[in-house]
Design a protein around this ligand. Structure first.
Ligand code: AMP
Ligand code: MG
Length: 508
């Protein structure tokens, strides 16, 4: 660990803030501000992603553990690191919010992973920066556990995402009003080390465009293309960003993932899932469901809205690129987004129900499936996993019962199942083949909010075993792990209304 080599391409190649005062303020004509993490009282390593560490080529011996906690809390800056906070803006809930930026995230530097790819190491919760506005630059343990757990679970599910290397307790309290009801209380603080090839968001482009900083905008675009879209023209770059975003939306939709805060500052230019806040996983299938209590009124970021919102966000990115990219190419990119999303979404759901060929009535069959799912509260994950158990010769709801939250008759779903069964018979694959194919796309385990909350409850009492067990099981989400069946159950009734177990506020 001591001899890691750091690079700093972002700092080297993009315009720096010339003011070096670490106080909240508007920053002009810069992509970032050089700023160091604020040390914490008593850092302690709570969790570590061995899988990611191996990929990055980072290893440490047991006696180096305190040193690791020092580095990944921000208390110790290693030689070669040039820490910075990025400047970006964004549309929040549909409105331009001006300058946002890394208010509590600080990138330490870049390292070259074992496959030769460059990755940034970024601490979230590392202290104030010029972009902190009125906030404290810190993060609570509960939201840090959620980010750590879900980043790694997403990766194992096969979804592009920023990753998480470490979770460190700071030994300091953070004051939060978790329910926004005027009752702030101290909570344990933590720092997560996130890892990604780049943390650039749509909002990094938007802030330059909003301030007519066209030179800085061009430098950012050239840098992002050189590093991440090699050999692409500006037009290719935007098309590719649209395609990646479309594929990401298909992944979220096929897994029932709801991000919760799809503001343009939370949209990765690489098409990664980024900024895990009040996210959730569909339990009862409901297109209007959102885990974010702050969005309970408008439901702008509900499950079924995500594909449309992603395109709206891409349109805001397109506006920011207008000084550099021909309008026609931007419009083509946005159209390509729709085409890619529609085709890949269908493909993904046909795979989820195990069809390999296409028949005339198949689109109708999918439409009717969603009507059947909405007939009574039906667990999204368990339903699709259970569907592989249905025998086409004897279609029965029996294998699907574990997905039902209420014990009511399901005539619609039963009728659908019969049509589905007769359709399966026309698809020429054996039951075994179909099941193994379906099990590769329909996970058995997802990091449901109540499970994450149990891990948080444990850690707040000093017990890391629940988190460790979840990390272990979620590393193989598509595999049967019979001894871990209890982690693949419906959300229990006690969790329906408990804070953090279904819905969450943005307080983090
Ligand atoms: P988010 O809702 O997490 O995407 O954050 C929106 C903006 O608020 C970003 O610029 C964040 O860096 C900033 N922010 C959120 N929480 C804090 C905090 N505790 N301290 C400083 N900045 C924050
Ligand atoms: Mg954010």
């Amino acid at each position: 660990m001591q001899d890691l080599a750091f690079e700093n391409s972002f700092v080297r190649e993009l315009p720096a803030d010339t003011v070096l005062v670490n106080e909240p303020r508007p920053v002009a004509n810069a992509a970032y501000t050089r700023v160091e993490p604020t040390p914490v009282a008593a850092p302690r390593l709570l969790a570590w992603s061995e899988d990611l560490a191996q990929y990055l080529g980072i290893a440490f011996s047991p006696d180096e553990k305190p040193f690791i906690a020092e580095v990944f809390s921000g208390n110790r800056i290693l030689s070669g690191m040039q820490p910075y906070a990025a400047r970006y803006g964004g549309h929040q809930f549909g409105h331009w919010a001006g300058q946002l930026g890394d208010g509590r995230a600080i990138t330490l530097g870049e390292i070259i992973a074992t496959d030769g790819r460059r990755h940034e190491l970024q601490l979230k919760g590392a202290g104030r920066t010029p972009y902190s506005r009125t906030a404290d630059g810190r993060a609570v343990l509960r939201s840090s556990v959620r980010e750590f757990l879900c980043s790694e679970a997403m990766h194992a599910l096969g979804v592009p995402t920023t990753r998480a290397l470490s979770l460190v307790a700071t030994g300091e309290a953070v004051i939060r009003d978790m329910f926004y009801d005027g009752n702030p209380r101290p909570e344990p603080g933590a720092v997560v080390c996130r890892v990604a090839p780049s943390f650039v968001r749509f909002g990094n482009f938007q802030i330059h465009a909003a301030h007519q900083e066209h030179k800085a905008l061009k430098r950012l675009l050239d840098y992002v293309i050189r590093e991440h879209f090699p050999q692409s023209s500006y037009e290719d770059f935007f098309r590719e960003a649209c395609v990646r975003t479309a594929r990401l939306m298909v992944d979220w939709m096929r897994l029932g993932f709801v991000h919760g805060v799809m503001n343009t500052d939370n949209m990765s230019i690489l098409g990664l899932t980024i900024d895990y806040g009040p996210y959730g996983w569909l339990e009862g299938y409901d297109p209007l469901w959102t885990p974010n209590t702050t969005d309970a009124q408008g439901r702008r970021y509900a499950y079924g809205q995500q594909p449309h919102i992603a395109q709206w966000n891409l349109a805001r990115l397109a506006e920011a690129l207008l000084p550099l990219v021909p309008r026609e190419a931007l419009e083509q990119g946005l159209a390509l987004y729709s085409e890619t999303f529609n085709a890949s979404w269908q493909q993904a759901f046909f795979s989820k129900i195990g069809l390999t060929s296409r028949n005339d009535g198949d689109e109708e069959l999918l439409r009717e499936l969603f009507e059947g799912l909405a007939e009574g509260e039906t667990d999204f994950t368990l339903f699709f996993r259970g569907l592989a158990e249905v025998a086409p010769e004897r279609p029965s709801l029996e294998p699907l019962r574990r997905a039902f939250y209420a014990d009511a008759p399901r005539p619609r779903l039963q009728a659908w199942l019969e049509r589905y069964a007769s359709r399966l018979i026309q698809d020429d694959s054996t039951a075994e083949e179909r099941k193994s194919r379906m099990n590769r796309v329909n996970p058995r385990y997802v990091p449901r909010n109540y499970l994450a909350q149990l891990a948080i409850d444990g850690l707040e009492k000093g017990d890391a075993s629940v988190l460790e067990r979840l990390m272990r099981v979620l590393a193989r989400p598509y595999d049967e792990q019979p001894e871990e069946d209890t982690l693949a159950e419906r959300r229990p009734e006690w969790a329906r209304h408990r804070a953090g177990c279904s819905a969450l506020s943005c307080s983090s």
